[in-house]
Write a protein that binds this ligand. Structure first.
Ligand code: ATP
Ligand code: MG
Length: 239
């Protein structure tokens, strides 16, 4: 039965989709069957996986009976994914729960990429999730948004959240240009599970396709995140 994890942040552009896709690839590299569901109706997962042109159906079609669940699942880069519907009109939490229930036996992990904000997309993404990852970059605005997102997820029934600090630059943290790690943890009130460094390979991943590659600075932290998600006792990695 799949473990179901929602990835959210409150603030936009902090790396939710990047973490979602890279984590999916890391888990797939550990022989796990992974399905990514895009809950952001601006759609990014298909683009990040270089498969935008292959999308015919989305999970909204499957959830509302316009196609089978299988019809809406695509394969790209070692993972499976379902694209987001263009809007959430007429899709209920029960529709999402039913769809996830149908899918969960076939996968080890279902990763739900939430949109920015704390509205309908997040609430649908949380409907069938057991656990949450809150992504925050080490700056005040993002940390406050992450705290709000974690509270919202808690009220939506996802109590088991962990913090991913993304785009950490240690030199800037030392020089107090970014918040230090302890402050980010304290201000969000969420337990830390990973610190992903600023990595230009991730920035270029859209064109290079190298979202999770051994030469990337972020490779080992992401690999360890994938292990820690599985409950393995491995330490954090500071790149
Ligand atoms: N660790 C990192 N190092 C460098 N660039 C990063 C890192 N993580 C994400 N990025 C870059 O930040 C930008 C935003 O990332 P991404 O689209 O994953 O954010 P998001 O939170 O999903 O955004 P949205 O809220 O719009 O869905 C992208 O250009 C991505 O390549
Ligand atoms: Mg995104």
């Amino acid at each position: 039965m799949a473990r179901r994890i929602v990835i959210a942040s409150g603030k936009g552009g902090v790396g939710k989709t990047t973490v979602c896709v890279a984590l999916g690839k890391a888990l797939a590299g550990m022989q796990k069957k992974v399905l990514l569901l895009d809950f952001d109706n601006l759609r990014s997962i298909d683009l990040m996986l270089g498969a935008a042109q292959d999308v015919v159906f989305d999970w909204g079609d499957a959830a509302t009976g316009r196609c089978s669940a299988k019809d809406a699942v695509l394969e790209a880069g070692g993972v499976s994914f379902m694209a987001c519907p263009p809007d959430y009109d007429g899709i209920t939490k029960d529709d999402v729960k039913r769809l996830i229930h149908e899918l969960e036996a076939a996968y080890d992990f279902l990763l739900f990429d939430a949109p920015a904000g704390i509205g309908t997309g997040l609430s649908l993404a949380c409907a069938a999730a057991q656990k949450g990852l809150v992504v925050a970059t080490p700056d005040l605005v993002c940390v406050r948004a992450a705290c709000r997102a974690a509270q919202q997820m808690d009220s939506l029934g996802v109590q088991n959240c962990r913090l991913v600090i993304n785009r950490a630059v240690y030199r800037d943290i030392r020089r107090k240009k970014l918040l230090n790690i302890d402050d980010v943890i304290d201000e969000t009130g969420v337990q830390l599970i990973a610190i992903i460094p600023e990595d230009k390979q991730l920035r270029h991943a859209g064109t290079s396709g190298k979202l999770f590659a051994p030469r990337n600075l972020s490779y080992e932290p992401l690999r360890r995140l994938a292990q820690r998600i599985q409950g393995k006792q491995v330490s954090l990695w500071f790149a």
